[in-house]
Each structure stands twice: as C-alpha cells, then as structure tokens.
Design a protein around this ligand. Structure first.
Ligand SMILES: [Zn+2]
Length: 120
C-alpha cells in the first residue's frame, strides 16, 4: 500500500511539474482525447441508426468501401490533409464530421484547462 501511495505521489508531482513547465501540455492532451472521442461519435452517429456494428467492419469509406489506413484515421488532421475527400475515390466527406471532432477537441481541452486551474 505504501508503494502504491509513493507511485501515486510520484505521478502527481510529475504531472504537476509538466503543467508548471508547459501549461498548455495537459489541455493539449485533453484536446487530443476529445478529438478521438469525437471521431468515435462520428462513427456511432453513422452506424447506429443504420443498425451496423460499431466494431466491424473497420473504418471505411461508405462510398468505395475501402478500409481506411492509419493516416486516414487521425481526427481533424486527416480531414484537413485530404481536403474533406476520400483518399481513394474522392467522394466528399461532410463537414459535420470535422465540426464534431473540433467541438469535442475544444471541450476536452477546456475541461482539462479548467480542472488544471482548479488544482492550483
Ligand atoms: Zn472512398
């Protein structure tokens, strides 16, 4: 139990040291988690109403059915890099996906920033 306590104290003091040195670091991490959550919500809002599984098939273009590779799955950045189009068939991807990811990223960053400010 004492070892666990020491590990928790080491972790929290390390996290606090990072926050002191780079105040933007943890909000950035929160924003990245938020963007990933937004990406999952995009998947869910497409698949659930259609009765499709959330796990299978893996993420794919609904137009050409090509399974997306890792570079195509980075939230927000993939959309911007591909200018909102499928890399394979060029079909336009709706901007609602982008805005949901951006909103979730901003919410994640804001929540972490508020929590971080409350801990000081
Ligand atoms: Zn496609």
């Amino acid at each position: 139990m004492e070892l666990l306590h020491q590990l928790v104290m080491l972790y929290t003091s390390g996290a606090a040291a990072i926050a002191a040195a780079w105040p933007w670091f943890w909000p950035l991490v929160g924003g990245m988690f938020g963007a990933v959550l937004g990406s999952f919500l995009n998947c869910a809002r497409y698949r659930v109403p259609r009765g499709l599984s959330l796990r299978h098939p893996p993420s794919h273009c609904p137009s050409c059915q090509t399974v997306l590779g890792v570079p195509d799955l980075v939230p927000i950045l993939s959309f911007l890099a591909l200018r909102g189009r499928c890399r394979h068939c060029g079909v336009t991807i709706g901007t609602a996906s982008l805005w949901l990811e951006v909103a979730c990223a901003m919410l994640g960053a804001a929540l972490v920033a508020v929590a971080q400010a409350g801990l000081r």
